[in-house]
Design a protein around this ligand. Sequence first.
Ligand SMILES: [Zn+2]
Length: 76
Amino acid sequence: MNEPAQIVSIGLGDTSFTAVCEVCLGIDTAVGLSASTFAGRLDPDLEAGVFLCRRGHRVHVVRAAAEPPVAKTAAA
Ligand SMILES: [Zn+2]
């Protein structure tokens, strides 16, 4: 098995996420389902992790390195 790894980015402060497994998306679409999402949790002290979807496909989750373009205004 040599499938390409999927990479999902989450926000800097996010500890939980919902992602779509692209491999499952293809499988589900082929059989007429739409339940390709899976939920995971990445603790704040971790920058990245590898998760398995409900079918066991590997999905790399990485924390975004930079602030999003629309940053919250900080009152100084
Ligand atoms: Zn999958």
